[in-house]
Design a protein around this ligand. Structure first.
Ligand code: 9WN
Length: 447
């Protein structure tokens, strides 16, 4: 890795303090904003990653973070991907609460939220937060969260099993967490939308970040059209297969759901519940991921477009994510590790460049544009867990060092140039700070 955005290389103690200061400055009464400028509300999977960071420094905040998010859980079990802070002025984020209009849905809570979900990494976060600081408070927080985490899993397994395949479908690229990944190009191209509709809205992101790094206006026209279709049905999930314009089975979201069952099995033993059903559900999810999304030819996982019933050929970092499943069998685990170590992703004991979000040898690799190439700490963190669980602590250590190097050189940026390590997007980003604390502490006794 060569250039940096600040030129500074920070020592571990300084780095730790930078990460703590970033979390402190993003703390907002009962949750942590991903970024004060770009994302001033509460986001679902951000809160889970951020809770893991807080557990190292202020465990009570880890519990408050998760509790505030789950207070906005819908009656059907969905955990909304954005919980809006009512104290912020209109226009603080696009699309804001008036666009989502969550009150149209019978299942929505009183708080204004979006109607979408994000990868369910919360049970894992709750388990790690507890393991980090096992206390009576931690046990009672787990007891409170457990039924809510169960409802979140039940929502995915019932409402969202659109194809009856045993996997959950995502209904919008925002649900995948990797919004403009090249994996979504083909299903997005099939969504009818006119870029001119964007003249009716004011994008907030491009006022705070370089437009050349963000999704395009045409992407946004389609994002808006997909939400409008879901909102018209009052965010109901029945009949999705017949009418919804965008439906995909994503390896990351489903691997997170499987990892959640493994975490819930552990939580169950603490709260006095039966871990058996969680282990069974975890095994079923792993089996379904292999049956539906594993491509034996490429040896990696690929999303399935439910509109065409075909695997999407783009080889993005999504394909590596099922390695986070501890029960992934040895053969697919080995081929995924091979993919991670290939020139596409460059994982190694000593990495010269950070993990990219997309195949760096692909013609559509874009090193500056959001999820189309840049390096993100959450993907590296998830992959690192998988490498450790599947017997490659050497590669996990290489990935860990590359994560630390990125922040040491560039700060707690949202994402990083995958060749130079230059910091991009928001300069004070919540999950970068939180996951950095986790890898610096390197304390993960139960994995
Ligand atoms: C839309 C908050 C979120 C992350 C997502 C990331 C980005 C939002 C946006 O920011 O998405 O949800 O406005 O681009 O893609 O993963 O949760 O940090």
């Amino acid at each position: 890795m060569t250039g940096t955005s600040t030129g500074a290389v920070r020592a571990p103690a300084e780095l730790w303090q930078l990460a703590v200061d970033t979390l402190e400055s993003n703390w907002e009464h009962d949750h942590t904003v991903p970024s004060r400028t770009l994302y001033p509300h509460q986001w679902s999977w951000d809160s889970a990653f951020i809770a893991i960071g807080w557990s190292h420094v202020r465990p009570e905040r880890a519990w408050r973070e998760l509790a505030s998010l789950f207070r906005a859980q819908w009656a059907d079990g969905r955990v909304p991907h954005i919980v809006f802070n009512a104290a912020l002025p209109v226009g603080s984020y696009f699309p804001g609460p008036e666009f989502w209009h969550s009150a149209v849905a019978d299942a929505a809570p009183t708080a204004a939220t979006s109607g979408l979900i994000q990868p369910p990494v919360h049970a894992l976060a709750a388990w790690l937060a507890y393991r980090r600081a096992p206390s009576e408070q931690g046990r009672s927080e787990l007891r409170r969260l457990y039924p809510r985490l169960l409802a979140q899993q039940r929502y995915l397994a019932t409402h969202r099993d659109v194809a009856g395949s045993g996997l959950a479908a995502v209904v919008h690229p925002w649900e995948s967490g990797v919004d403009n990944s090249p994996a979504w190009d083909a299903p997005m191209a099939a969504v009818p939308a006119d870029v001119a509709v964007m003249s009716a809205y004011r994008r907030h992101d491009t006022a705070h970040a370089d437009a050349a790094h963000r999704p395009t206006d045409l992407d946004y026209a389609r994002y808006v059209a997909i939400v409008a279709s879901y909102r018209e049905q009052r965010y109901r999930d029945d009949g999705l297969a017949d009418r919804h314009p965008w439906l995909v089975e994503c390896p990351l979201l489903n691997a997170a759901a499987g990892a959640a069952e493994h975490a819930l099995a552990r939580i169950a033993t603490v709260v006095g519940a039966d871990p058996g059903p969680h282990r069974e559900r975890a095994a079923r999810i792993t089996e379904a991921l292999l049956r539906r999304l594993y491509d034996p030819v490429t040896g990696t996982f690929q999303p399935r477009d439910l509109r065409t019933d075909r695997l999407i050929p783009a080889r993005t970092a999504l394909g590596l994510m099922p390695l986070m499943l501890p029960d992934l069998p040895a053969r697919p685990a080995a081929t995924v590790i091979e993919e991670a170590c290939s020139a596409r992703f460059g994982v190694a004991r000593r990495m010269d460049r950070p993990l990219p979000s997309h195949d760096r040898t692909a013609p559509d690799f874009e090193p500056l544009r959001y999820w189309r190439g840049p390096s993100w700490l959450n993907l590296a963190w998830l992959l690192r867990r998988g490498l450790r669980d599947h017997g490659r602590p050497d590669l996990a250590a290489g990935l860990r060092q590359s994560m630390i190097d990125l922040v040491a050189r560039s700060g707690c940026h949202e994402y990083f140039h995958p060749d130079t390590g230059v910091g991009l997007g928001s300069p004070a980003f919540g999950w970068t700070a939180a996951l950095l604390l986790d890898v610096l502490a390197d304390d993960d006794p139960e994995r």
